[in-house]
Design a protein around this ligand. Sequence first.
Ligand code: NAD
Length: 244
Amino acid sequence: MNAEQATAIVTGAGAGIGRAIALRLSQEGYLVIVADRAEDPAAETVAQIQSAGGAARAEILDITNPAATQALIDGAKGLRVLVNNAGIFDVIAFDNLTADDFRRMYEINTVAMFTLCQQASRVLPEGGRIINLASRAAFGARNYAHYVASKAGVAGMTKAMSLELAARQITVNAVAPGVIETDMLKARPEGLEGMRVQQPSGRLGSPEHIAHAVAFLADPRAEYVTGQVLIVDGGRSVGGTAAF
Ligand SMILES: NC(=O)c1ccc[n+]([C@@H]2O[C@H](COP(=O)([O-])OP(=O)(O)OC[C@H]3O[C@@H](n4cnc5c(N)ncnc54)[C@H](O)[C@@H]3O)[C@@H](O)[C@H]2O)c1
């Protein structure tokens, strides 16, 4: 491993979008820390990176534990990029939602992300990057108000934080995926075909589509892009499949 190789942390990199981001950042030359609470999936991501010739190691933690996230940051020598990808999702109609459902969703999707951003911001160098996974749902969706609110929180926090870190030449952006084919979709009742027909392109997104957006924001040449929420949804947020 190159002693000067920059490090990227990707949370939730044991599956879906996080795994694709980890693989892509490894191809971009980073030593990738695959942070996940699930041990075997994280080991599988590390194995895939290594067999492609990249450098990676796993860190097993629950991102809602601030001592564990601090240890993650402390152990990430040469940290340049933090990708806050780990998140949860479920479907509960508004009428049945409880305050505890809201708290559980916020704890992982929003509060843990805040903690990691703050801890990382204290060690990131000039040129550092924070990239948060929001969601197109942050702009409104039915049957998961707690998820929508948690991701709207991510989008707002990203914008606010970008202003406070700009003078240190650290950019903070979010990527807001539309419907991306991962295990997370299993919680949705429409089924893959039901989701696909709502896409203007007639296609669901892939984790690699999101990884490409993250790689763009992580690139040193994206230094003047900050405080943005980049929607990657095949045009779904512009319009559905209806004629008007
Ligand atoms: N799949 C989509 O359509 C979609 C759309 C919009 C936004 N997103 C967002 O993209 C991100 C990744 O989604 P995905 O579809 O790949 O999800 P996924 O469920 O396939 O994978 C999530 C990963 O995060 C890990 N994780 C969850 N909670 C954790 C915790 N507390 N500590 C450590 N690790 C934890 C899981 O173990 C898993 O490996 C999420 O933030 C999600 O909200 C996904």
